[in-house]
Design a protein around this ligand. Structure first.
Ligand code: ADP
Length: 326
């Protein structure tokens, strides 16, 4: 029997482990490779890097590639997991020579922890206070060379002192539909799933220009094929999967269509404030701003204006196509 990759191991199986497999983001890739090459020539650790952009666009994957390229160990933490400044100090002092420390969701780091980071990033020093009261005194510990790679979905929430301490900052963009189709083709091959061009196109169009979403759709398509005893993801199969997942041909979820409809009907296409949308839709403001809106703006469905959100004609046309009464 052919061995299949289990669902849980799929994410690591699909994660690109060579630059050639990392599709798109050409400018970022080119710049990063140059920075790494130069650091290697000088025999130094790679400069501290910041990646920002939507979830699932490949920030963690890039960090892993940087570590691999420099043969450095990689340690991954999230900003919110650091509760006290002391936790970060302990972590920094345990770093190995050249290690890459990846801090995901760096905008959730607390300010006291950020203070610990500044001297560590700038001069590889850790300033800690030993003792309490009158006996307290500050000591400075030297850290080994290391590379901090921070990732965030909210560049605007990152403090400017922290931002200014990175050697290079990269904005990961949404992928083109063609790049997503290429990612799907590669993933399908790795998972031994057969898909024809039209089937892949339907999945690519519904992938929100995001590799993680594309791979998730492919996984569900793979389940569907197995359960229905089908051999190939074609147009019909792909559409059936979108139907089961309750997403439309552009990958919009019911809640997003609800928000669009709300702005169209209740607020006469806007402008309407984000707080009003939040209250009327019952969704969290952060989710609307960080997950739904970037994609809706990328589609040209919503525009942010000083007076509030405005619905664009493209959105109205899409809702009509989807049989909404707008
Ligand atoms: P982020 O850290 O930005 O949330 P990840 O790096 O975890 O995103 O990427 C999510 C998944 O998408 C990865 O497991 C990987 O399989 C896939 N992926 C991301 N970027 C690419 C890319 N450029 N080419 C191919 N696959 C990618």
């Amino acid at each position: 029997m052919k061995r299949e990759i289990g669902d849980k191991n799929i994410d690591s199986a699909l994660r690109p482990s060579r630059w050639e497999e990392y599709i798109g983001q050409e400018k970022t890739k080119g710049n990063l490779r140059m920075i790494i090459e130069a650091a290697k020539m000088r025999g130094e650790a790679v400069d501290h890097l910041l990646f920002y952009g939507q979830a699932g666009l490949g920030k963690t994957t890039l960090a892993a590639l940087v570590a691999k390229e420099t043969s450095a160990p990689l340690r991954i933490i999230t900003g919110s997991s650091i509760e006290k400044a002391g936790d970060l100090a302990a972590l920094l002092s345990s770093l190995e020579d050249g290690e890459v420390l990846f801090i995901d969701e760096a905008h959730r780091l607390n300010p006291a922890a950020e203070e610990v980071l500044y001297p560590a990033m700038e001069s590889r020093k850790l300033h800690i206070v030993i003792g309490k009261g009158t006996g307290a005194h500050a000591v400075s510990i030297d850290l080994p060379p290391f590379t901090l790679i921070a990732a965030t979905t909210r560049f605007d929430m990152l403090s400017s002192p922290l931002r200014s301490r990175f050697g290079a900052i990269f904005h990961l963009e949404f992928y083109t539909q063609g790049e997503i189709a290429e990612i799907l083709r590669r993933s399908a091959k790795l998972l031994s799933v057969k898909a024809d061009g039209e089937g892949l196109e339907v999945l690519a169009k519904a992938s929100r220009f995001t590799p993680r979403t594309a791979n998730r759709l492919l996984k569900r398509a793979r389940d569907y094929l197995a359960v229905k005893n089908l051999k190939v993801i074609d147009k019909e199969t792909a559409r059936a999967i979108l139907g089961i997942m309750e997403i439309d041909d552009l990958g919009l979820e019911p809640v997003e269509r609800k928000i669009l409809e709300l702005i169209a009907l209740k607020f006469k296409k806007g402008p309407v404030g984000i707080r009003t949308i939040t209250a009327a839709s019952g969704e969290e403001q952060a989710t609307i701003e960080e997950v739904y809106e970037p994609y809706l703006m990328k589609l040209g469905f919503i525009k942010r204006t000083p007076a509030g959100r405005v619905l664009e004609e493209e959105a109205v046309e899409h809702l009509r196509r989807e049989q909404w009464r707008v």
